[in-house]
Design a protein around this ligand. Sequence first.
Ligand SMILES: [Cu+2]
Length: 192
Amino acid sequence: MKLTRCIPALLLLTFATGLFAGGTIKGKILYKKKRWVRNTAVYLEKAKGDFKPEPARIDQKGSTFIPKYTTVITGAKVTFLNSDPTDHNVYSPDGEKYDLGTKPQGGKLEYTFEKTGVYTQLCKLHPTMLAYIFVLQNPYFGMSDKSGAFTIEDVPAGKHKLVIWNERYKGDPVEVVVKEGGVTEVEIKLHR
Ligand SMILES: [Cu+2]
């Protein structure tokens, strides 16, 4: 008796999760110099929905920002820590432009991002320190592996504009159509 009552519920659950799972975007970044296809960011310019900004942390350790790539949603607070015995600064010339100042070991600086975009994260005291913060409207983001392949999952069905970012080269925005439960394949060529 119980089992027969469970089946409709299970079917409903499968249907419901299927309904909200969206589709998948699978892509490949192409460039003649293969070593540059990796770490190319691909994300939806805009998606419907209210997305909760989650805080993030970036450490400064061994005169390196860790991690090198951070993604947050607008409204998110990012905390910068200094784990080194030397001072570090936190600034970016991009987007909202900020200079949070300089802190010694154990120091903590914070910034809340309100404007979407890619921010280069720098330190005035150490020119080699470099990281990137992707401030996004939505969580649909993928980053390519060393073969150039990337995947973005659970993308809402519909037409979307993909934004491409690479440390050195450019990629033109691409329009894609995502179908419920489907896989949309896309090839993106980088250029100068
Ligand atoms: Cu520094």
